[in-house]
Design a protein around this ligand. Sequence first.
Ligand SMILES: Cc1cc2nc3c(=O)[nH]c(=O)nc-3n(C[C@H](O)[C@H](O)[C@H](O)COP(=O)(O)OP(=O)(O)OC[C@H]3O[C@@H](n4cnc5c(N)ncnc54)[C@H](O)[C@@H]3O)c2cc1C
Length: 409
Amino acid sequence: MKTDLDTNDDSQADMEVAPPRLNHAFLEELGTEQISRRSFKKWERIMHSHGACVQEIWELRNTKLEKVTDVVIYPNSTEETERLVKLAVKHDVVLIPYGGGTNVTKSLLLNPDEQRMIVTVDTGRMNQIKWVDKENNMACVGAGMMGQDLERDLNKYGVCTGHEPDSSEFSTMGGWISTRASGMKKNTYGNIEDMLCNFTYVTPTGTYSKTQAWPRISNGPDLHHIVLGSEGNFGIITEATVRVRPVPQVKLYESMIFDNYEVGIKFMHAVSRTSSWPTSIRLVDNTQFQFGASLKPEENSKWNEFVDAAKKFYVTKIKGFDPNEMAACTMLFEGDETWARSAHKTICDLGKQFGGLIGGPENGMRGYLLTFLIAYTRDLAMQHNTLGESFELSCPWTKVSETTKRVRQ
Ligand SMILES: Cc1cc2nc3c(=O)[nH]c(=O)nc-3n(C[C@H](O)[C@H](O)[C@H](O)COP(=O)(O)OP(=O)(O)OC[C@H]3O[C@@H](n4cnc5c(N)ncnc54)[C@H](O)[C@@H]3O)c2cc1C
């Protein structure tokens, strides 16, 4: 990448922003009693006026945001949100729902020409589990609950959602629904749209919620699909009911090395035709493979150094893999033990048919965890005058090879 780690591009210490535009009638009627918290502080306004894509982070570090929200309000219930929405309609105020601010679609950027007062509605106080119904495999949670907190608290009941986007430390239930989020373990647990049973949705014309969180119904289009991915345009989600499953009995990590990326793609295609999909599976090309290896903590024991050298010798000299060509695949099998062990065996046997070498669970786990880190290396690189971005795309199997080649060019 030719990034010079000695050159530091320090981020700006301060940023000029216009003073908040105030709608006094709205603020007066809202009062100070019934809404749990509000803030006109400059940095709180700035932090609520952007998402996490590279242009936004660049502007934040180096220039300025064209438009900044006027006030941040933190309701802590559906009732408070309903009151806020009613008053916003009455006084012609713009409301922008806010979860964790991790979107990468510029969905929180504000229109610079907007003349009305803008209120960012931070859902962070609606961050609790309301109930867990283990009999019916459902849980109801506040829309502002962040992924990591959600899984930790659900685990206390012996259940989980299994939804794990790379941003799960910071992103929220409301944000996931509003951006149709996908998690790394979707092969087993589904995407957010597969988990969602019901939600409470506060809109300018009333509050929507199904009378029962029924699993599915076969008449007419499902309103969920209008809200999923709607980026806060029609209303504010205050709580959601999602499917949960028992905490998995086992988590089996695994990794395989292939001669080159093309062989890896063929293996992935073959996996897609089995009925033993790993909970998570990722193929990384040689550049990412080497990058991942460079982040590996240094081994401080002579024995580990010796084992590493022996492994390298076996892979490159005996098996004949070219270190500048080989690709790696990391996998996770999570769930009931019988299923996990059997799927693990099926997929490893399949990998061997493509000349794959087993790399072991430790590398599998390291590779899985690396995907959480990889997106943030962009911010580290930016500090050293290097721009980078991670993005996702989907394409048919027949185009995978060509698409990845073109992306690399
Ligand atoms: C490091 C990193 C890794 C990522 N990995 C993944 C990944 O693996 N999978 C994936 O799908 N995405 C990923 N993303 C993108 C992002 O995390 C998702 O889009 C996430 O769902 C956004 O959630 P949020 O709570 O941060 O929402 P925000 O960014 O706060 O908001 C996103 C949009 O939803 C609206 N919104 C938020 N809350 C509500 C609500 N309660 N009611 C109505 N509208 C609301 C906002 O107005 C905005 O339009 C990643 C982002 C980063 C920075």
